[in-house]
Design a protein around this ligand. Structure first.
Ligand SMILES: Nc1ncnc2c1ncn2[C@@H]1O[C@H](COP(=O)(O)OP(=O)(O)OP(=O)(O)O)[C@@H](O)[C@H]1O
Ligand SMILES: [Mg+2]
Length: 510
């Protein structure tokens, strides 16, 4: 008989062993992932507090051997909401711990990113992380922590409380990690540029290990309307969710239960649904047996009378901010943006924003530049696995008078309470049919405007050529016709030429 040894591992241990799925694959990718996770946490925290984000990122050589040692010190500082003192250690020292498991749009999803960055730092340098935070109260808290990976718990090495004279609010995280900045540099700079594009109300400063300063300055202080927390939609729930709800509800009958715990279920809809499902309105939800819960969920999926989810839990960028971001970072000649109406997949609401930019400083590459964003996060890796890439590839571009060798950038922003990421590294979005359809519609809508612009411009070009020939011969025609008519004075053609030139100068930029 073969005897096997069984053991249980903690979530931190799992991600330590499988750090590739969280994006910490090699030294270059790890330094990129660490920075982006912290920047995203900072942006979330600033928006949560309603403050236009001010984010400072500094990367310095941190090892004894200088640049050769490949050890860096990463510091990210924000002016966000801060973290309450008792939650600071777990926020950075416990995997799968977070405040964003709610039905509300946020960059953070898994309760993993920030801690994973600290964990990676610890396993490559064995140094503690330093965290400073204040919610704007009279105190600032500083912690020096490490992670007990086997138990998935923070180890507090030092805790200090300081007086917060200026009522500063925000968070500073600093830790050492092994990495390869110079290989990661193009991606890091691209990431910051695209973050600035899709967060045009943020100030982001980055100082790299050579002391070079990169500044991305906000062009507006107007921020998107913050999202509201929502309830689960009946089309999106499964047996487990409904079971949990029946256990913790305070309501004693099915009618109130449905109204209180599900999104957009009114008295009328609840009545009609219960009738459809054959469930008594007076039934106590706590007394549903397992089979009844399964039937309830099945009937929810079949019932067609539920209203589609509202978009109040979403916070899209909006056409103005999107336009401002694109003009600022890409400097195109023409841009068209479009925001689609809210839609849903598996009960999760989502909104697609799409844009297409042409000319100006956009390079000609032989294929389109594709910018992908999810809840205002740029997605830079694994492009070919993403839904937007597949949509762009599948489109018939000739219909829009567009070819691959034109300087064109396409931008797709998906916002949802639950982005269908394919991995926890948040790099690409799954091909959900509903999402795919909306991405396609969004790009088509934006492309139609580009098509109109290109046709108009081609028409103007043609006219310009025609008129330049005209203006070349007009003086001669005037002279000969004067002679033919036996007149002395030529007609004044200045006015005609002026209008020809004016047409030639017509500005066609949006
Ligand atoms: N700069 C910050 N300001 C305020 N709170 C923060 C900050 N960084 C992290 N937190 C808190 O710590 C929690 C854990 O962060 P972490 O990045 O590990 O997970 P997340 O952001 O919730 O999800 P994801 O894994 O998708 O990033 C967050 O949910 C948030 O509550
Ligand atoms: Mg995070």
């Amino acid at each position: 008989m073969v005897s096997q040894a069984f053991e249980e591992i903690s979530p931190a241990d799992f991600f330590y062993r499988n750090r590739d799925i969280a994006g910490f694959t090699n030294p270059s990718r790890a330094i990129f992932a660490a920075m982006r996770e912290l920047v995203e946490n900072s942006l979330d925290a600033a928006e949560l507090g309603g403050f236009p984000p001010d984010i400072y990122v500094r990367l310095t050589y941190g090892g004894e051997g200088g640049p050769e040692s490949k050890v860096y010190k990463l510091r990210v500082q924000d002016n966000g909401s801060g973290i309450t003192s008792r939650h600071i250690p777990s926020a950075f020292g416990q995997v799968l711990f977070g405040s964003k498991y709610k039905l509300k749009q946020a960059r953070g999803t898994f309760g993993l990113g920030g801690t994973m960055a600290v964990l990676y730092g610890q396993i490559t340098t064995h140094k503690p992380a330093y965290v400073v935070s204040s919610t704007g109260s009279t105190k600032v808290y500083t912690y020096r922590i490490m992670i007990d990976i086997q138990r998935n718990r923070p180890i507090i090495l030092e805790r200090r409380v300081l007086i917060n004279k200026d009522r500063w609010h925000g968070t500073i995280v600093e830790f050492s990690l092994e990495g390869d900045y110079f290989r990661a540099m193009p991606k890091i700079l691209e990431y910051l540029k695209q973050t600035a594009l899709v967060n045009p109300y943020a100030n982001i400063t980055f100082v790299d290990p050579k002391g070079r300063l990169y500044r991305f300055t906000r062009v507006t202080t107007k921020m998107p309307v913050p999202p509201k927390e929502t309830l689960p939609h009946p089309y999106g729930v499964d047996v487990e969710t409904v079971n949990r709800l029946t256990q913790f509800t305070q309501h004693r009958n099915m009618l109130d239960f449905l109204k209180a715990h599900f999104h957009r279920v009114s008295e009328r809809v609840a009545h009609s649904f219960l009738e459809f499902a054959g469930i008594a309105k007076t039934k106590n939800p706590k007394k549903l047996d397992p089979n009844e819960v399964v039937t309830l969920v099945r009937m929810m999926k079949r019932y067609e009378g539920f209203r589609s989810p509202s978009a109040s839990c979403l916070s899209p960028l909006g056409q103005d901010l999107l336009l401002a971001g694109i003009l600022k970072e890409l400097k195109p000649e023409f841009v068209s943006v479009c925001q689609r109406k809210p839609s849903t997949y598996a009960g999760h609401p989502f909104i697609i924003e799409a844009a297409i930019a042409y000319g100006g400083e956009i390079p000609k590459r032989g294929d389109f530049l594709l910018y992908r964003f999810a809840n205002r996060i740029p997605l830079l890796y694994d492009e070919a696995s993403d839904v937007s890439y597949n949509v762009v590839k599948s489109m018939n571009w000739r219909r829009y008078r567009v070819s691959q060798d034109m300087p064109i950038a396409i931008l797709v922003h998906v916002c949802s309470t639950k982005i269908p990421y394919k991995t926890v590294g948040k790099e690409f979005i799954a091909d959900r049919p509903e999402v795919k359809k909306e991405v396609l519609n969004g790009i088509r809508e934006a492309s139609r405007k580009l098509q109109r612009f290109l046709s108009k411009r081609a028409h103007v070009e043609r006219e310009k050529r025609r008129l330049s020939v005209f203006s070349q011969y007009l003086p001669k025609i005037a002279r000969f016709s004067t002679e033919l008519a036996g007149k002395e004075k030529e007609p004044d053609i200045r006015q005609l030429l002026e209008s020809v030139n004016k047409l030639g100068r017509t500005e066609t930029r949006r």
